[in-house]
Design a protein around this ligand. Structure first.
Ligand code: AMP
Length: 113
């Protein structure tokens, strides 16, 4: 499959991987929007949150637990961080493989621009 995040998960193209297990992989965003900007992705190809079914409960739980663990490791758990997932064109989704953005290390605007 010609999916850049599938290829990162498979180790076929380089990325700064900070976590990997049998369900999920996390790596640093190539164009960081904050001092901490990590993407947490399922190892299996799901296009977006719009593909999520009850059978993915364990996977989603794992992705959030990994985000929590990485936020602590990166030193932003106490100062605060944002988790974002985009679905579809108007949201700004540019890579069509489900991912959580973990953003921290600076003040965030609300609502997001
Ligand atoms: P989204 O706009 O929500 O689909 O986010 C996709 C994110 O993937 C963007 O923040 C990109 O900077 C990031 N990205 C694209 N290609 C790569 C790559 N090869 N390695 C790491 N991050 C990437």
């Amino acid at each position: 499959m010609d999916c850049i995040f599938c290829r990162i998960v498979a180790g076929e193209i380089p990325a700064e991987i900070v976590y990997q297990d049998e369900l999920a992989t996390a790596f640093r965003d190539i164009r960081p929007q904050a001092p901490v900007h990590i993407l947490i992705v399922p190892n299996q190809h799901l296009v977006s949150i719009g593909d999520i079914l009850p059978e993915h409960n364990d996977l989603l739980g794992r992705m959030f637990a990994v985000a929590n663990q990485l936020a602590t490791q990166e030193g932003v758990a106490e100062t605060g961080y944002r988790l974002v997932t985009n679905r579809g064109e108007q949201s700004g989704q540019s890579v069509y493989h489900l991912h959580l953005h973990l953003l921290g290390g600076r003040w965030m605007r609300w609502p997001p621009g």
